[in-house]
Design a protein around this ligand. Structure first.
Ligand code: MN
Length: 526
């Protein structure tokens, strides 16, 4: 069947056949095992189905599914079914192919992925804003069943944004770009697909604010050569020192540039000029273990001088979405700042591929629907009463799900990240187990507050401890972080156990005394 179909592929379709060949090679180079015949079957099936259709760019339609697959190959770790579904993702929606046909040809698993994607596009292609937002919510419920649908949808969205210039309807262009900011990029962020998220934002930004986009790109590229040379020089300097100090350590150092939209965000949110942004570019050091990360940090701080207040230990306290790395800001020997990020290979993989890295590395293939993130988001979506006005739902969704983290300040001015609605007690446990266990009272912005008061973004929090204080069972009723709950429970368990042992020993001692057995050395010396 695949061969018969292949013979009918028109000459212009050969180009995409070659492109797919190249992408399959790229997968092999990454040592990702795939079912090649399945991918080719999907390609020829989709090519047949879309024959005669063109994109706004004038290219044959099949260029689009192949590009979506290309994005997945480059920025994720796809399995064979994801690749097949990526190639087939528009056949139910845009071609005469019947669902029964697709099901018979590719089986239940791939069919349900494609069906999921088809449903989504019906939900989002609506003019009315209220309806569209409502549809995005439905979209979410659909997606949550299988994250592979989300991955394909994000890649689909990215390619549509990249080719948005060809879309004649300006209003539609703006809408697609805005939905990306409101929905898809935060979603990608929540699941840790950082690279996809950055690309989505940059492409959406190019469409919503072309002037600002161009201006940043111009300034970024202006003395790019000089920056590249500086990065190369600093990289060598650091690499040499590290190799001399730790000859055995396997390490990779890369230069990295901040993405365009995040530069714009920093400029607008912090009122900075382009020239004032210090982490436009930097170095990323990747090493085998967590300990190595701190060793490298030591060396970095030894050869250059660090700028106070910029050191972030996301290894000791990871971001809520699991991101881990050390970030520090240095003044290099040329007197200019350079940001250095340090992480292990595993942290790097996670940062690049998000939660998908976990699933693929742990299970080999399918994404795990029982994963913590799945369950968490599902619960949030089902618990909220968003039924009245869908726009409130979107607001709530953005607030609750995507920006569920707040930060507050320690008395020293360090930022501490907490989930929304966290209390001073959560803060105390986040600082240290003993600070939590000895919690006596909390000052928020200088004033004493009840220990269950909800903290707000930017609050300055101080915890006073007392040696007489200890965790109480009712604390469990209001702490919001799982780690605080765990620590309190742990303490109570240990205390109860100690009490039980003490009690048991007393009973035993009484029995021993009553039975006249003192001389047998049954009692521990006390
Ligand atoms: Mn598509």
């Amino acid at each position: 069947m695949a061969l018969a179909a292949a013979e009918r592929v028109l000459a212009q379709e050969r180009k995409y056949e070659k492109e797919l060949q190249r992408l399959i090679q790229a997968l092999k180079a990454k040592e990702i095992v795939i079912d090649e015949p399945l991918v080719w079957d999907s390609f020829y099936f989709a090519t047949d189905a879309h024959r005669g259709q063109t994109r706004f760019s004038g290219e044959p339609y099949i260029s689009h599914p192949v590009a979506v697959l290309g994005i997945l190959v480059e920025y994720t770790i796809p399995d064979s079914e994801t690749l097949a579904a990526a190639l087939l993702h528009d056949v139910l929606e845009d071609t005469p192919v019947e669902p029964t046909e697709l099901l018979a040809f590719f089986g239940e698993s791939i069919f349900s992925l494609v069906k999921g994607l088809t449903k989504l596009s019906r939900y989002v292609h609506v003019q009315d804003e209220v309806l569209r937002v409502q549809n995005l919510r439905k979209f979410f419920f659909e997606t949550v069943h299988d994250l592979r649908v989300l991955l394909i949808k994000l890649a689909d969205r990215l390619h549509n944004l990249m080719t948005l210039d060809f879309l004649p309807d300006e209003e539609k262009r703006k809408r697609i770009a805005q939905d990306t900011f409101d929905f898809y990029a935060p979603l990608a962020h929540r699941f840790g697909f950082y690279r996809l998220k950055s690309l989505l934002e940059d492409e959406a930004f190019r469409n919503t604010n072309p002037g600002a986009y161009e201006s940043i790109v111009r300034r970024l590229t202006r003395d790019r050569e000089k920056k590249d040379q500086r990065i190369a020089r600093l990289k060598h300097q650091l690499e040499d020192t590290l190799r001399r100090k730790y000859p055995e350590m396997k390490l990779v150092i890369r230069g990295r540039f901040k993405h365009i939209y995040s530069i714009y965000q920093k400029m607008t949110e912090q009122g900075l000029s382009f020239e004032e942004i210090r982490d436009l570019y930097g170095l990323r050091v990747v090493v085998p273990t967590e300990e190595d990360c701190y060793r490298v940090l030591g060396v970095v701080h030894y050869i250059w001088s660090h700028i106070q207040g910029y050191l972030r230990d996301y290894i000791g306290s990871p971001k809520p979405n699991g991101y881990r790395s050390l970030h520090t800001m240095m003044i290099a020997d040329d007197g200019d700042p350079i940001e250095v990020q340090i992480r292990s290979f595993e942290m790097d993989r996670l940062a690049e591929y998000g939660v998908a890295a976990h699933w693929f590395y742990k299970n080999g293939t399918a994404l795990n629907q029982q994963s913590k993130d799945f369950v968490l988001i599902r619960e949030m979506l089902s618990s909220g009463d968003f039924s009245q006005d869908p726009r409130h739902f979107l607001e709530a969704l953005k607030m609750e799900v995507f920006q569920q983290e707040i930060f507050v300040y320690t008395p020293k001015g360090d930022k501490v990240y907490l989930p929304r609605r966290a209390t001073p007690l959560d803060f105390a446990y986040k600082i240290h187990t003993e600070v939590g266990n000895r919690f006596s009272k909390a000052l928020v912005n200088g004033r004493e507050v009840p220990m269950d008061r909800e903290l707000r973004l930017g609050d300055s929090v101080e915890v006073l401890t007392s040696n007489d204080a200890e965790p109480q069972p009712y604390w469990l009723n209001f702490v919001k972080t799982p780690s605080a709950q765990f620590k309190i429970k742990n303490f109570l368990k240990r205390r109860d156990r100690a009490l039980a042992i003490e009690e048991g020993r007393k009973v035993l001692e009484e029995e021993i005394v009553r039975n006249g057995l003192h001389d047998m050395n049954l009692l521990r010396p006390s």
